[in-house]
Unconditional design. Structure first.
Length: 339
């Protein structure tokens, strides 16, 4: 295994509270021997599992970042039984720029795993998480939202894998404990899903839970509440924060997101008019969106239709759209089935 070029002043085996940075070497015109400071916090006390709490994997997804920053300031060493590794702004350059991808190398961190120690900055971050942090962990929570281009019903999610009965049962339990109003499972391998933090967690035997907490490039009180309560409930359930106060568990509706027919993509470039709202129940062949043409306003709009029945989990935010943009995706009620 090639050793990472990233270094840190944090000793993951040391008990106590440590704050510092991952130092990503970055030699540029303005700073010949500089490094990019990726914030890192490690809390360790007693015995118990190790949990990675990650946000800012995509830099324009803010709900998880706020939730983790608040939790970092709240927790004390004596609150723990085990270890929490906080990575609240994993793709730091993207986060500071308020973008999904890095302004340095255009890298999408959640499509860069397992990474490359000698690659671009984003690939180096992915390699460090994959080769150094995940091998320390038993569990990982990667907090996402829709970012600048999408808005989700605040939800949590897990992936289910064929033939992994025990592992699937444990991840479904975490999904229910997190307790988002809507939860969903993914049973299909979507494009790029083998290059995500979740895929790396699976390769290391780490149980991983994700979220899609909202989006639109903003933070709402409702989505933040889902994030904060969910993270706390899971940490209490795992015994890492045995005495933390949590809100009582509410019912979560579990949906499934499957293959391509769950998604609606723009077929033309133009102005996107949504014809349904988040949370709507829709039917196959129901109109989903109209695409209007600014250059030829006398032209009739292109009408796009849903390819299946389902519930609207996600919709595009910007009005301008290009051919190939995701406009919606659906979920359908999940029915547990044998592996």
């Amino acid at each position: 295994m090639t050793v990472s070029r990233i270094t840190t002043n944090i000793d993951f085996e040391k008990s106590g509270r440590q704050t510092g940075f991952l130092r990503l070497p970055h030699s540029v015109h303005e700073s010949a021997y500089g490094w990019i400071p990726i914030p890192l916090v490690c809390l360790k006390n007693g015995t118990g599992p190790t949990v990675l709490l990650c946000s800012g994997n995509h830099g324009d997804e803010y709900e998880g970042q706020v939730a983790l920053m608040k939790l970092i300031r709240e927790l004390k060493q004596e609150d723990l039984q085990g270890r929490i590794i906080f990575l609240p702004l994993a793709n730091f350059p993207a986060g500071i720029a308020g973008r999904r991808t890095s302004p340095i190398d255009s890298g999408n961190l959640n499509r860069s795993f397992p990474g490359n120690p000698d690659g671009t900055p984003t690939q180096m971050i992915a390699h460090y998480i994959d080769s150094v942090i995940l091998p320390l962990c038993d569990y990982a929570m990667d907090l996402h939202s829709g970012g600048s281009s999408l808005m989700y019903l605040p939800s949590a999610l897990v992936s289910l894998l064929p033939g992994k009965t025990e592992r699937n049962a444990k991840t479904l339990e975490l999904l229910k404990i997190f307790g988002a109003p809507i939860s969903y499972v993914s049973t299909e391998k979507l494009m790029g899903s083998d290059q995500t933090l979740g895929a790396s967690a699976e390769r290391h035997g780490v149980l991983k839970l994700g979220t899609e907490l909202g989006g639109g490039g903003t933070v709402t009180p409702a989505a933040l509440k889902v994030a904060e309560n969910g993270v706390r409930r899971v940490l209490k359930h795992l015994g890492v924060l045995p005495d933390i106060k949590v809100e009582s568990l509410a019912h979560t509706r579990i949906l499934e997101v499957g293959d391509a027919d769950y998604f609606v993509y723009s077929s033309e470039s133009g102005v996107f008019e949504p014809l349904v709202e988040l949370g709507d129940a829709v039917k196959k062949d129901q109109p989903a969106a109209a695409i209007h043409f600014s250059h030829t306003p006398w032209r009739e709009p292109e009408i796009l239709r849903f390819e299946r029945d389902g519930m609207v989990l996600c919709k595009r935010v910007p009005g301008r759209t290009e051919r190939g943009d995701c406009l919606f995706h659906l979920g359908t009620d999940f029915e547990s089935r044998p592996d």
